[in-house]
Design a protein around this ligand. Sequence first.
Ligand SMILES: [Zn+2]
Length: 346
Amino acid sequence: MSEMRSPHAALRNSETAGRVMKNAEQVTFGGSGLNRAGHIRGDDAALAQAQAHPDAACVLLWRGKPLVNGGRDQLGLVRMNHPILKAGYPGNVDRPVLLGLEDDGAPVFAHDISGWEPEGLDAAALGQFVDPSEQQHPSLPPDHAFAELRRLMTRLSPRDAELAATARAVIGWHHTHRFCAQCGAESEITQGGWQRTCPACGAHHFPRTDPVVIMLITHGDSVLMGRSPGWPQGMFSLLAGFVEPGETLEAAVRREVFEEAGIKVGQVGYLASQPWPFPASLMFGCSGEALSREITIDPVEIEEAIWVTRADMMAAFAGDHPFIKPARRGAIAHFLLQNWLADTLD
Ligand SMILES: [Zn+2]
Protein backbone atom coordinates (compact mmCIF):
# COMPACT_ATOMS: atom_id res chain seq x y z
CA MET A 1 0.00 0.00 0.00
CA SER A 2 2.42 2.67 -1.18
CA GLU A 3 -0.21 5.45 -0.98
CA MET A 4 -0.62 4.93 2.79
CA ARG A 5 1.47 7.57 4.50
CA SER A 6 1.93 5.69 7.78
CA PRO A 7 0.62 2.62 9.58
CA HIS A 8 -1.49 5.05 11.64
CA ALA A 9 -3.17 6.34 8.47
CA ALA A 10 -3.89 2.79 7.39
CA LEU A 11 -5.45 2.04 10.76
CA ARG A 12 -7.57 5.19 10.66
CA ASN A 13 -8.84 4.35 7.17
CA SER A 14 -9.98 0.88 8.16
CA GLU A 15 -11.58 2.25 11.33
CA THR A 16 -13.49 4.87 9.34
CA ALA A 17 -14.93 2.09 7.27
CA GLY A 18 -15.99 0.38 10.49
CA ARG A 19 -14.70 -3.01 9.51
CA VAL A 20 -11.58 -4.91 8.69
CA MET A 21 -10.68 -4.45 5.05
CA LYS A 22 -9.71 -7.56 3.19
CA ASN A 23 -7.15 -7.16 0.48
CA ALA A 24 -9.94 -8.22 -1.89
CA GLU A 25 -11.86 -5.02 -1.12
CA GLN A 26 -9.01 -2.84 -2.41
CA VAL A 27 -10.26 -3.46 -5.94
CA THR A 28 -11.46 -0.43 -7.93
CA PHE A 29 -15.11 0.20 -6.89
CA GLY A 30 -14.37 -2.05 -3.88
CA GLY A 31 -16.32 0.34 -1.69
CA SER A 32 -15.67 2.90 1.02
CA GLY A 33 -18.19 1.84 3.64
CA LEU A 34 -20.68 4.53 2.55
CA ASN A 35 -23.69 4.75 4.86
CA ARG A 36 -26.48 4.19 2.33
CA ALA A 37 -29.13 5.43 4.78
CA GLY A 38 -31.80 2.94 3.80
CA HIS A 39 -33.91 4.12 6.74
CA ILE A 40 -34.45 7.51 5.07
CA ARG A 41 -35.52 6.23 1.66
CA GLY A 42 -39.13 5.45 2.54
CA ASP A 43 -39.64 8.48 4.81
CA ASP A 44 -40.80 11.48 2.72
CA ALA A 45 -40.25 14.02 5.50
CA ALA A 46 -36.71 12.76 6.20
CA LEU A 47 -35.95 12.76 2.47
CA ALA A 48 -37.12 16.37 2.09
CA GLN A 49 -35.02 17.29 5.12
CA ALA A 50 -31.98 15.59 3.59
CA GLN A 51 -32.46 17.50 0.32
CA ALA A 52 -32.73 20.79 2.23
CA HIS A 53 -29.67 20.04 4.43
CA PRO A 54 -27.23 22.98 4.10
CA ASP A 55 -24.30 20.63 3.39
CA ALA A 56 -26.18 18.27 1.05
CA ALA A 57 -24.21 17.64 -2.15
CA CYS A 58 -24.99 16.10 -5.45
CA VAL A 59 -23.18 13.91 -7.98
CA LEU A 60 -24.18 15.14 -11.44
CA LEU A 61 -24.46 12.66 -14.29
CA TRP A 62 -24.86 13.35 -17.97
CA ARG A 63 -25.56 10.24 -20.08
CA GLY A 64 -23.71 8.07 -17.57
CA LYS A 65 -20.70 10.40 -17.29
CA PRO A 66 -20.03 11.94 -13.87
CA LEU A 67 -19.06 15.59 -13.42
CA VAL A 68 -15.42 15.81 -12.34
CA ASN A 69 -13.10 18.57 -11.17
CA GLY A 70 -10.27 20.29 -13.03
CA GLY A 71 -7.73 17.65 -11.98
CA ARG A 72 -10.07 14.87 -13.20
CA ASP A 73 -9.39 13.02 -9.94
CA GLN A 74 -12.41 14.04 -7.83
CA LEU A 75 -16.13 14.22 -8.40
CA GLY A 76 -17.33 17.78 -9.05
CA LEU A 77 -20.12 17.86 -6.47
CA VAL A 78 -22.73 20.63 -6.63
CA ARG A 79 -25.08 21.96 -3.96
CA MET A 80 -28.71 20.84 -4.01
CA ASN A 81 -29.86 24.42 -4.72
CA HIS A 82 -27.74 24.77 -7.87
CA PRO A 83 -29.92 26.12 -10.72
CA ILE A 84 -28.84 23.26 -13.02
CA LEU A 85 -30.93 20.87 -10.92
CA LYS A 86 -34.04 22.88 -11.75
CA ALA A 87 -33.38 23.16 -15.50
CA GLY A 88 -35.71 20.21 -16.13
CA TYR A 89 -34.24 19.08 -19.46
CA PRO A 90 -36.72 16.69 -21.10
CA GLY A 91 -35.24 13.19 -20.87
CA ASN A 92 -33.72 13.66 -17.42
CA VAL A 93 -34.43 11.12 -14.70
CA ASP A 94 -36.70 13.60 -12.96
CA ARG A 95 -35.96 12.93 -9.27
CA PRO A 96 -32.70 12.84 -7.34
CA VAL A 97 -31.43 9.51 -5.99
CA LEU A 98 -30.29 9.43 -2.36
CA LEU A 99 -26.85 7.80 -2.43
CA GLY A 100 -26.27 8.01 1.32
CA LEU A 101 -24.76 10.05 4.13
CA GLU A 102 -21.15 11.18 4.35
CA ASP A 103 -19.24 10.36 7.55
CA ASP A 104 -20.13 13.83 8.92
CA GLY A 105 -23.84 13.22 8.23
CA ALA A 106 -24.10 15.36 5.08
CA PRO A 107 -26.46 13.75 2.55
CA VAL A 108 -25.24 12.93 -0.97
CA PHE A 109 -27.59 12.63 -3.92
CA ALA A 110 -27.23 11.83 -7.60
CA HIS A 111 -28.97 13.95 -10.20
CA ASP A 112 -29.27 13.25 -13.90
CA ILE A 113 -29.16 15.92 -16.63
CA SER A 114 -29.01 13.58 -19.62
CA GLY A 115 -31.63 15.67 -21.42
CA TRP A 116 -29.14 18.53 -21.83
CA GLU A 117 -27.93 18.91 -25.45
CA PRO A 118 -24.36 20.28 -25.46
CA GLU A 119 -23.36 22.44 -28.41
CA GLY A 120 -21.22 20.74 -31.04
CA LEU A 121 -21.68 17.28 -29.55
CA ASP A 122 -19.33 14.65 -31.07
CA ALA A 123 -21.73 11.72 -31.39
CA ALA A 124 -19.00 9.41 -32.78
CA ALA A 125 -16.90 9.82 -29.61
CA LEU A 126 -19.83 8.89 -27.36
CA GLY A 127 -20.18 5.56 -29.15
CA GLN A 128 -16.58 4.49 -28.55
CA PHE A 129 -15.69 1.76 -26.05
CA VAL A 130 -13.94 4.34 -23.90
CA ASP A 131 -15.41 7.72 -24.81
CA PRO A 132 -12.52 10.25 -24.92
CA SER A 133 -14.76 13.33 -25.19
CA GLU A 134 -15.65 15.68 -22.33
CA GLN A 135 -18.60 18.04 -22.02
CA GLN A 136 -18.64 21.38 -20.20
CA HIS A 137 -21.90 22.95 -19.08
CA PRO A 138 -22.03 26.79 -19.15
CA SER A 139 -23.46 27.09 -15.65
CA LEU A 140 -20.80 24.87 -14.00
CA PRO A 141 -17.20 25.84 -13.11
CA PRO A 142 -15.24 26.15 -16.38
CA ASP A 143 -12.62 23.55 -15.45
CA HIS A 144 -15.28 20.92 -14.54
CA ALA A 145 -16.46 18.44 -17.17
CA PHE A 146 -18.51 15.33 -17.69
CA ALA A 147 -16.09 12.49 -18.44
CA GLU A 148 -16.26 8.73 -19.04
CA LEU A 149 -15.98 6.85 -15.73
CA ARG A 150 -13.71 4.16 -17.26
CA ARG A 151 -11.08 6.86 -17.88
CA LEU A 152 -11.24 8.16 -14.30
CA MET A 153 -11.95 5.17 -12.11
CA THR A 154 -8.40 4.40 -11.00
CA ARG A 155 -7.78 8.04 -10.01
CA LEU A 156 -10.84 8.56 -7.79
CA SER A 157 -10.77 7.99 -4.02
CA PRO A 158 -12.65 4.86 -2.84
CA ARG A 159 -15.50 7.12 -1.64
CA ASP A 160 -15.82 9.00 -4.94
CA ALA A 161 -15.55 5.72 -6.88
CA GLU A 162 -18.36 4.20 -4.81
CA LEU A 163 -20.56 7.28 -5.27
CA ALA A 164 -19.91 7.39 -9.02
CA ALA A 165 -20.49 3.66 -9.55
CA THR A 166 -23.70 3.71 -7.53
CA ALA A 167 -25.01 6.84 -9.23
CA ARG A 168 -24.22 5.53 -12.70
CA ALA A 169 -25.84 2.14 -12.08
CA VAL A 170 -29.06 3.44 -10.47
CA ILE A 171 -29.58 6.37 -12.86
CA GLY A 172 -28.88 4.07 -15.82
CA TRP A 173 -31.51 1.65 -14.52
CA HIS A 174 -34.10 4.45 -14.34
CA HIS A 175 -33.36 5.35 -17.97
CA THR A 176 -34.03 1.81 -19.21
CA HIS A 177 -36.90 0.86 -16.86
CA ARG A 178 -39.39 3.71 -17.15
CA PHE A 179 -42.35 1.45 -17.83
CA CYS A 180 -43.84 -1.24 -15.63
CA ALA A 181 -42.66 -4.70 -16.71
CA GLN A 182 -45.98 -6.15 -15.53
CA CYS A 183 -48.59 -3.88 -17.20
CA GLY A 184 -46.69 -1.37 -19.37
CA ALA A 185 -47.83 1.81 -17.58
CA GLU A 186 -45.22 4.48 -16.82
CA SER A 187 -43.94 3.85 -13.30
CA GLU A 188 -42.85 6.41 -10.70
CA ILE A 189 -39.60 6.83 -8.80
CA THR A 190 -40.07 6.01 -5.10
CA GLN A 191 -37.92 5.15 -2.07
CA GLY A 192 -35.44 7.96 -2.69
CA GLY A 193 -34.69 6.56 -6.14
CA TRP A 194 -34.26 2.92 -5.07
CA GLN A 195 -37.56 1.64 -6.41
CA ARG A 196 -40.09 2.26 -9.16
CA THR A 197 -43.73 1.82 -8.29
CA CYS A 198 -46.48 1.34 -10.85
CA PRO A 199 -49.49 3.62 -10.26
CA ALA A 200 -51.70 1.40 -12.47
CA CYS A 201 -51.12 -2.09 -11.04
CA GLY A 202 -49.14 -1.37 -7.86
CA ALA A 203 -46.10 -3.48 -8.82
CA HIS A 204 -42.73 -2.58 -7.28
CA HIS A 205 -39.55 -2.77 -9.34
CA PHE A 206 -36.01 -2.75 -7.94
CA PRO A 207 -32.66 -1.74 -9.49
CA ARG A 208 -31.01 -4.65 -11.28
CA THR A 209 -27.59 -6.04 -10.57
CA ASP A 210 -26.51 -8.71 -13.04
CA PRO A 211 -24.05 -11.30 -11.67
CA VAL A 212 -21.05 -12.15 -13.83
CA VAL A 213 -18.37 -14.72 -13.01
CA ILE A 214 -14.80 -13.93 -14.04
CA MET A 215 -12.34 -16.67 -13.35
CA LEU A 216 -8.69 -17.19 -12.68
CA ILE A 217 -8.36 -20.73 -14.03
CA THR A 218 -4.98 -22.21 -13.28
CA HIS A 219 -3.12 -25.37 -14.16
CA GLY A 220 0.21 -25.68 -12.38
CA ASP A 221 2.08 -22.47 -13.03
CA SER A 222 -0.20 -21.22 -15.84
CA VAL A 223 -3.38 -19.17 -16.05
CA LEU A 224 -6.03 -19.43 -18.77
CA MET A 225 -6.51 -16.27 -20.82
CA GLY A 226 -8.84 -15.59 -23.73
CA ARG A 227 -9.67 -12.88 -26.21
CA SER A 228 -12.98 -11.98 -27.84
CA PRO A 229 -13.39 -11.24 -31.53
CA GLY A 230 -12.87 -7.53 -32.23
CA TRP A 231 -10.66 -6.79 -29.21
CA PRO A 232 -7.56 -4.64 -29.81
CA GLN A 233 -4.54 -6.68 -30.86
CA GLY A 234 -2.65 -8.27 -27.97
CA MET A 235 -5.52 -7.84 -25.50
CA PHE A 236 -6.23 -10.97 -23.45
CA SER A 237 -8.30 -11.30 -20.31
CA LEU A 238 -9.68 -13.86 -17.90
CA LEU A 239 -12.72 -15.76 -19.17
CA ALA A 240 -16.04 -14.37 -17.94
CA GLY A 241 -19.76 -14.84 -18.40
CA PHE A 242 -23.18 -14.07 -16.98
CA VAL A 243 -24.59 -16.33 -14.29
CA GLU A 244 -27.85 -17.85 -15.48
CA PRO A 245 -31.06 -18.19 -13.46
CA GLY A 246 -30.99 -21.35 -11.37
CA GLU A 247 -27.19 -21.57 -11.35
CA THR A 248 -24.61 -21.27 -8.56
CA LEU A 249 -21.43 -19.25 -9.05
CA GLU A 250 -19.45 -22.51 -9.11
CA ALA A 251 -21.67 -24.02 -11.79
CA ALA A 252 -21.43 -20.85 -13.88
CA VAL A 253 -17.61 -20.93 -13.70
CA ARG A 254 -17.48 -24.57 -14.81
CA ARG A 255 -20.07 -24.10 -17.58
CA GLU A 256 -18.47 -20.96 -19.04
CA VAL A 257 -14.95 -22.39 -19.08
CA PHE A 258 -16.13 -25.61 -20.69
CA GLU A 259 -18.27 -23.77 -23.28
CA GLU A 260 -15.58 -21.27 -24.23
CA ALA A 261 -12.38 -23.30 -23.92
CA GLY A 262 -13.45 -26.95 -23.63
CA ILE A 263 -11.69 -27.33 -20.29
CA LYS A 264 -13.21 -29.14 -17.29
CA VAL A 265 -12.76 -27.33 -13.98
CA GLY A 266 -12.54 -29.06 -10.61
CA GLN A 267 -12.38 -27.05 -7.39
CA VAL A 268 -13.84 -23.52 -7.59
CA GLY A 269 -13.37 -20.78 -4.99
CA TYR A 270 -14.47 -17.18 -4.47
CA LEU A 271 -11.81 -14.44 -4.44
CA ALA A 272 -13.28 -10.93 -4.70
CA SER A 273 -16.19 -9.00 -6.12
CA GLN A 274 -16.46 -5.73 -8.00
CA PRO A 275 -19.50 -3.62 -8.84
CA TRP A 276 -19.11 -2.82 -12.54
CA PRO A 277 -21.67 -0.20 -13.56
CA PHE A 278 -21.29 -0.66 -17.36
CA PRO A 279 -24.25 -0.85 -17.16
CA ALA A 280 -25.23 -2.98 -14.13
CA SER A 281 -22.92 -5.91 -13.45
CA LEU A 282 -21.53 -7.36 -10.27
CA MET A 283 -18.34 -9.23 -11.08
CA PHE A 284 -17.57 -12.32 -8.98
CA GLY A 285 -13.88 -13.05 -9.18
CA CYS A 286 -13.41 -16.80 -8.76
CA SER A 287 -10.52 -19.24 -8.85
CA GLY A 288 -10.72 -22.63 -10.50
CA GLU A 289 -8.43 -25.59 -10.98
CA ALA A 290 -8.31 -26.93 -14.51
CA LEU A 291 -8.41 -30.73 -14.76
CA SER A 292 -6.70 -30.71 -18.16
CA ARG A 293 -4.69 -28.41 -20.43
CA GLU A 294 -6.05 -29.13 -23.90
CA ILE A 295 -8.01 -26.14 -25.24
CA THR A 296 -10.92 -26.39 -27.68
CA ILE A 297 -12.41 -22.95 -28.23
CA ASP A 298 -15.95 -22.02 -29.20
CA PRO A 299 -15.18 -19.60 -32.07
CA VAL A 300 -18.53 -17.83 -31.66
CA GLU A 301 -17.67 -16.78 -28.09
CA ILE A 302 -13.93 -16.31 -28.21
CA GLU A 303 -11.24 -15.92 -30.84
CA GLU A 304 -8.37 -17.47 -28.94
CA ALA A 305 -7.55 -19.00 -25.56
CA ILE A 306 -4.04 -19.68 -24.26
CA TRP A 307 -2.20 -20.82 -21.16
CA VAL A 308 0.11 -18.09 -19.88
CA THR A 309 2.90 -18.89 -17.43
CA ARG A 310 3.64 -16.70 -14.42
CA ALA A 311 6.88 -15.53 -16.03
CA ASP A 312 5.10 -14.56 -19.26
CA MET A 313 2.38 -12.73 -17.30
CA MET A 314 5.03 -10.79 -15.40
CA ALA A 315 6.58 -9.80 -18.71
CA ALA A 316 3.14 -8.74 -20.01
CA PHE A 317 2.52 -6.61 -16.89
CA ALA A 318 5.91 -4.98 -17.43
CA GLY A 319 4.99 -4.27 -21.06
CA ASP A 320 7.78 -6.57 -22.25
CA HIS A 321 5.83 -9.52 -23.64
CA PRO A 322 6.14 -10.04 -27.44
CA PHE A 323 2.35 -10.26 -27.99
CA ILE A 324 0.34 -10.11 -24.72
CA LYS A 325 -0.59 -6.61 -23.59
CA PRO A 326 -1.10 -5.94 -19.85
CA ALA A 327 -4.69 -6.17 -18.58
CA ARG A 328 -6.49 -2.84 -18.19
CA ARG A 329 -6.02 -1.19 -14.78
CA GLY A 330 -9.22 -0.81 -12.77
CA ALA A 331 -10.82 -3.97 -14.11
CA ILE A 332 -11.06 -6.93 -11.72
CA ALA A 333 -9.12 -9.13 -14.19
CA HIS A 334 -6.08 -6.89 -13.70
CA PHE A 335 -6.58 -6.99 -9.92
CA LEU A 336 -6.84 -10.79 -9.78
CA LEU A 337 -3.84 -11.33 -12.06
CA GLN A 338 -1.75 -8.84 -10.11
CA ASN A 339 -2.58 -10.60 -6.82
CA TRP A 340 -1.94 -14.00 -8.40
CA LEU A 341 1.52 -12.81 -9.49
CA ALA A 342 2.22 -11.38 -6.03
CA ASP A 343 0.74 -14.43 -4.30
CA THR A 344 -1.60 -12.17 -2.31
CA LEU A 345 -5.00 -13.62 -3.18
CA ASP A 346 -6.96 -13.88 0.06
ZN1 LIG B 1 -47.94 -1.93 -13.66
